[in-house]
Ligand binder design. Structure first.
Ligand code: GLN
Length: 534
């Protein structure tokens, strides 16, 4: 059995430095050198998972194959590594405490006072080791959410310190990400915040092994030397991470900076061959040299925070490169769309996507957007709630069922064409109880979906409680909206299409979650192509 080595990634000075991207880039390079790598993230908040968080709070909730509702950084891990993550890859303080409290109630600690040290830290360490102990990985990269010095991250830093003590310096190291700000008035880059944040770590008993310095300007050799000296790291372990145009450049820049080699050196692992990054380079070249451009409207209600639609945006980037075109995504606020202004808001776009969502805010605007795309024959893609809107709109405006609605928005509608799933009717708790994770779907031969996937049996990830009400299936199909994807076990309608339309596809699942650099999602690729052909 393999025994894994550990790389911890911490952040100092400020949040939003891009720890997730650095972790994913390092993982990518190690993978490209032939190591088996996985990444896990520990989030210091008290929610058991981000499933019940409003997207405004925390951006998109990323769903794994096994149905875990996780932090959006896991999306980056999958997009970079082209490998699935799972429940074990994302742990929150809430989850840790939940386990410890359940243990306590069961009597596991009988007689003892249950405390942060050792009970909480032991549970954190147990979870830090799960993937490493699976025997599947050479290296486990563990990202600690939050910023060093935060009260809530203290138990994680302490657990990390104990892991390093247990495994030894050659088997567990710390990559610390910091900010080196440029002070325009002084005309200088400043290293003091980095020194202070390393000091912070040292006070907690942890000496970082590698510094990754986020910066707007290049670090000169003196600055690097100064940081190495004052932060007590080897001179080769000060890595510059300059601001870049796209996150997809980061692995290549980290390769130039030798982040992967330095890490392998510290872990006493051989660098093996130069990393195989040709496909990645090819993708990046296409991304940066588009031959044409398409304009897509993304209609949603969380548009003030682009992170709410992270995976959709990234899927468009992958699909754009695959089509050698730039996909310009414009967010259109669904609450501001009315039957009067819809033409104004949406004409001029080559494609329209109606986004996932919950609750009734902005729903009428989404329905107007669907109607406009359908009537104007503009390539259309509806995802989850976006698919449900396709069905409601068709029922109202083509079948003439004027009061058709989803029972999520109108519990008294006489025509619940979208209705609560049978299994959901007994569910009262909100956390982790949706239809989550991968489910199978059979596609109709000759449909847009089957053409895109190139096969008729697929699996896709879900996150919803409502579904197309099969009582209306025949009526819809007779009127020209066809159900082209069905779950084989339950008969749930997962995909709708209008064959007479240029390209009109609504999917109950979330295809964006499975789009990666290596495997751009076929539905996004086809949607962009349809928009391009328009
Ligand atoms: N609110 C809808 C449901 O629960 C759609 C969910 C979504 O778009 N993810 O079924």
């Amino acid at each position: 059995m393999k025994s894994a080595k550990y790389v911890f990634v911490t952040g100092g000075v400020t949040s939003s430095l891009g720890k997730g991207i650095i972790a994913a880039s390092l993982a990518k390079l190690l993978q490209a050198r032939g190591y088996s790598v996985t990444i896990q993230k520990f989030d210091p908040y008290i929610n058991v998972d981000p499933g019940t968080l409003n997207p405004y709070e925390h951006g998109e909730c990323y769903v794994t194959e096994d149905g875990a509702e996780t932090d959006l950084d896991l999306g980056h891990y999958e997009r970079f590594l082209n490998e699935y993550t799972s429940q074990a890859n994302n742990v929150t303080t809430g989850r840790v405490y939940q386990t410890v409290i359940e243990n306590e109630r069961r009597g596991d600690y009988l007689g003892k006072t249950v405390q942060v040290i050792p009970h909480i830290t032991d549970e954190i360490k147990r979870r830090m080791k799960i993937l490493g102990d699976s025997g599947k990985y050479d290296i486990v990269i563990t990202e600690i959410g939050g910023t060093v010095g935060d009260i809530e991250s203290l138990p994680y830093i302490e657990s990390m310190r104990q892991m390093i003590w247990e495994y030894g310096d050659d088997n567990a190291i710390v990559v610390h990400l910091t900010l080196v700000p440029y002070l325009a008035a002084a005309g200088e880059l400043k290293t003091k915040p980095t020194q202070h944040s390393v000091k912070n770590l040292l006070e907690l008993g942890v000496q970082p092994d590698v510094l990754v310095c986020r910066t707007e300007r290049h670090l000169n050799p003196e600055l690097r030397k100064k940081m190495a000296l004052f932060c007590n790291v080897t001179p080769n372990a000060v890595i510059e991470s300059i601001d870049l145009r796209t996150i997809y450049e980061v692995p290549l820049v980290m390769l130039k900076e030798k982040l992967d080699k330095v890490v392998l050196g510290k872990l006493k692992l051989s660098s093996r061959n130069e990393p195989e990054m040709d496909k990645w380079r090819d993708f990046l070249f296409k991304l940066e040299h588009p031959k044409s451009e398409v304009n897509i409207a993304l209609v949603g209600k969380y548009v003030e925070l682009p992170d709410a639609y992270k995976s959709i945006n990234e899927a468009f980037i992958h699909a754009g490169a695959a089509n050698e075109c730039k996909v310009k995504v414009t967010f259109v606020h669904s609450e501001l769309i009315t039957d009067v202004n819809v033409g104004n808001k949406l004409s001029g776009f080559d494609g329209i996507l109606v986004a996932p969502g919950f609750g009734s805010r902005g729903i009428e605007g989404k329905l107007e957007a669907v109607k406009f795309a359908r009537e104007q024959n503009i390539p259309f893609f509806g995802i989850c709630l976006g698919m449900q809107c396709c069905v409601i709109e068709y029922a109202r405006n083509v079948l003439g069922i004027k009061k058709a609605h989803s029972s999520e928005m109108d519990s008294k509608t006489p025509d619940p064409i979208i209705d609560l799933m049978e299994q959901q009717k007994k569910v009262s708790q909100k956390g982790g109880t949706m239809r989550l994770g991968a489910y199978a779907c059979d596609l109709s031969k000759g449909s847009n979906a089957a053409r895109a996937y190139g096969k008729t049996h697929i699996t896709e990830r879900h996150r919803h409680r409502y579904e197309l009400n099969n009582k209306y299936k025949q009526k819809l199909e007779d009127a020209g909206m066809v159900i082209t994807g069905v779950n084989p076990e339950t008969g749930l309608g997962e995909i709708v299409e209008i064959p007479s339309h240029k390209w009109f596809v609504g999917v109950q699942f979330h295809p964006e979650l499975k789009s990666t650099v290596a495997n751009p999602h076929p539905l996004f690729v086809r949607f962009v192509k349809a928009a391009l052909d328009k």
